[in-house]
Design a protein around this ligand. Structure first.
Ligand code: PLP
Length: 400
C-alpha cells in the first residue's frame, strides 16, 4: 500500500499531559500504586485495562511513544526498547525456540549479523543467510522449522532494496513471520502496510536524529506485543531492555520533525549522489536510476520523503577510504564516526567498523568493498558547499 502517509498519521495524534500540557507528561516512576489489591493481580495477569504495574513492563511515557510509532507504522501496537539491538534480539528470541531456524538477509547491520551468526547457535537456533534480492534463494532456504524471514528494507551498508510484498507472500505461504528492520527508511517505507508482520527500528538513528541516545522499537500486532511483555514468558519483560521514560519523551518530540528531516537528508543525498556520479566515482544510492533496486523502491515508497540519507562510495581500499575520511573531517564536511541519521554528515568505512563483525570472506561474498565509505548525509542547508569541500579533498588526494 503506497499511499499511506506516516507523517500525517503522526500529525493528527492527540497526546496531552496531565494538565493539558501540549507534550505528554513524563512519568519517572518505576512502580505504580493500586487502589485495590485485585486490580494489581488483574494487571499481572494482563486482564486489567489502562493500569501500569512496573516500568520494565510498561510506563506511560513509553506508551505515548509506542502509540505514536504504531500510528506511524499502521500496526496495532508497539513497544519501545533501550536499543535497536534489543528490539531485534527480543523479536527473534520471542519468535524462536531452541531447534528453530531463521532465514536472514546476508547484508544486515554488523551487530545483527554477529547475533545471528555467533550468538544464536548457543540456543541451537540455526540461521541460513541469503541474498535479500534473490527471492528464489529465500524460498528455497525455508525449512519446516523456520520461524521467520529477517531483512532490512534498505540494507546496511550496501543499500540493497528488499521486495517486502514478495517476501511477505513467501512468509505467508509458510505461516511464518516477516521481520523488517526499517532503520534506514522511516516515513519512506511503511513495511507493515507492504505486508511485513513485525517492523523493528534502531531509533538511535533517523527517528531521534540527535545522536544523544540509544533506543529501539518493535511495531507489531497487539498479540505479539502482549506476548513480548507477558510477565511469565515475555522476552522483553524477562530480559528487561526497557527504555528510560525520560528518553522516550525526547524521542517523541523528535518524531514530530522526522518527516522534514527525512526530506532534507534525502534532498542532500540525492544531490551528492548525482555530483559523485558526474565525477566518475562508483556510487551507490537507491535514488539513482543506475541502482539495481531503484524501480523496486519506487514501487513501494512514499515518494514525498525521497530516497533516504545514506549513500556509499567505493574508494577501493581501506587506506584510500581512511585518507579521504580524515581529510573530509579536517575540511569540516562532517565527522568520521559510525551511526547515522544525525543532523551533521557522518562517514565511516563500513568494512572495518559497523560491518567489522562480518568476516572478510563474507564481506567479499556480499560485494562489500574494503574501500566503501558510507555517508549519512546531514541536514546541510548549502549542500553545494559541502560538495565542493568533498571535491577538494578528492582532488588533493589525487583520487579524481
Ligand atoms: N539496525 C541497523 C540498520 C543499524 O544500523 C543499527 C546500528 O547501527 C542497529 C540496527 C542497532 O541499533 P542500536 O545501535 O540502536 O542498538
Amino acid at each position: 500500500m503506497k499511499n499511506f502517509d506516516p507523517a500525517t498519521q503522526v500529525q493528527y495524534l492527540a497526546q496531552f499531559g496531565e494538565f493539558g500540557d501540549v507534550n505528554p507528561s513524563i512519568t519517572d516512576s518505576s512502580t505504580f500504586t493500586f487502589l485495590g489489591a485485585k486490580t494489581m493481580v488483574d494487571t499481572f495477569e494482563g486482564v486489567a485495562e489502562g493500569c501500569f504495574l512496573y516500568s520494565r513492563h510498561w510506563n506511560p511515557s513509553n506508551k505515548y511513544l509506542a502509540d505514536a510509532l504504531s500510528t506511524m507504522e499502521g500496526t496495532e501496537s508497539a513497544w519501545v526498547t533501550a536499543s535497536g539491538m534489543a528490539a531485534i534480539t527480543c523479536t527473534m528470541l520471542q519468535l524462536c525456540n531452541a531447534g528453530d531456524h531463521i532465514v536472514s538477509s546476508m547484508t544486515t547491520y554488523g551487530g545483527t549479523f554477529a547475533f545471528l551468526k555467533n550468538y544464536l547457535p548457543k540456543f541451537n537456533i540455526e540461521v541460513t543467510f541469503v541474498d535479500p534480492t534473490n527471492l528464489e534463494q529465500i524460498r528455497k532456504a525455508i525449512k519446516p522449522n523456520t520461524k521467520l524471514i529477517y531483512t532490512e528494507s534498505i540494507s546496511n551498508p550496501l543499500l540493497q532494496i528488499s521486495d517486502i510484498p514478495e517476501m511477505a507472500k513467501i512468509a505467508n505461504e509458510h505461516g511464518i513471520k516477516l521481520v523488517v528492520d526499517n532503520t534506514f527508511s522511516p516515513m519512506i517505507l511503511a513495511p507493515h502496510k507492504l505486508g511485513a508482520h513485525i517492523v523493528v527500528y534502531s531509533m538511535t538513528k533517523f527517528i531521534n536524529g540527535k545522536n544523544d541516545l540509544v533506543a529501539g522499537a518493535i511495531c507489531a500486532d497487539s498479540k505479539f506485543i502482549n506476548d513480548l511483555v507477558n510477565v511469565n514468558s515475555g522476552t522483553a519483560m524477562l530480559l528487561g531492555p526497557a527504555l528510560d521514560p525520560l528518553r522516550s519523551s525526547g524521542i517523541l518530540k523528535n518524531l514530530h520533525t522526522l518527516h522534514i528531516r527525512m526530506k532534507q537528508h534525502g534532498h542532500n543525498a540525492m544531490y551528492l549522489a548525482n555530483r559523485f556520479t558526474e565525477l566518475g566515482i562508483q556510487v551507490s544510492y537507491p535514488g539513482l536510476k543506475s541502482h539495481p533496486g531503484h524501480e523496486l523502491l519506487n514501487s513501494m515508497m512514499n515518494s514525498q520523503f525521497s530516497y533516504g540519507g545514506i549513500i556509499a562510495i567505493n574508494m577501493q581500499t581501506k587506506e584510500r577510504a581512511d585518507s579521504l575520511m580524515e581529510l573530509m573531517q579536517a575540511k569540516g564536511v562532517g565527522y568520521l564516526a559510525v551511526s547515522l541519521g544525525y543532523f551533521k554528515t557522518l562517514f565511516s568505512n563500513s568494512g572495518s567498523s559497523t560491518s567489522s563483525e562480518v568476516p572478510a570472506e563474507t564481506q567479499s561474498e556480499m560485494g562489500l568493498s574494503p574501500g566503501l565509505v558510507r555517508f549519512s548525509v546531514g541536514l546541510d542547508n548549502d549542500i553545494e558547499h559541502t560538495y565542493m569541500l568533498i571535491k577538494e579533498a578528492l582532488e588533493e588526494l589525487a583520487y579524481i
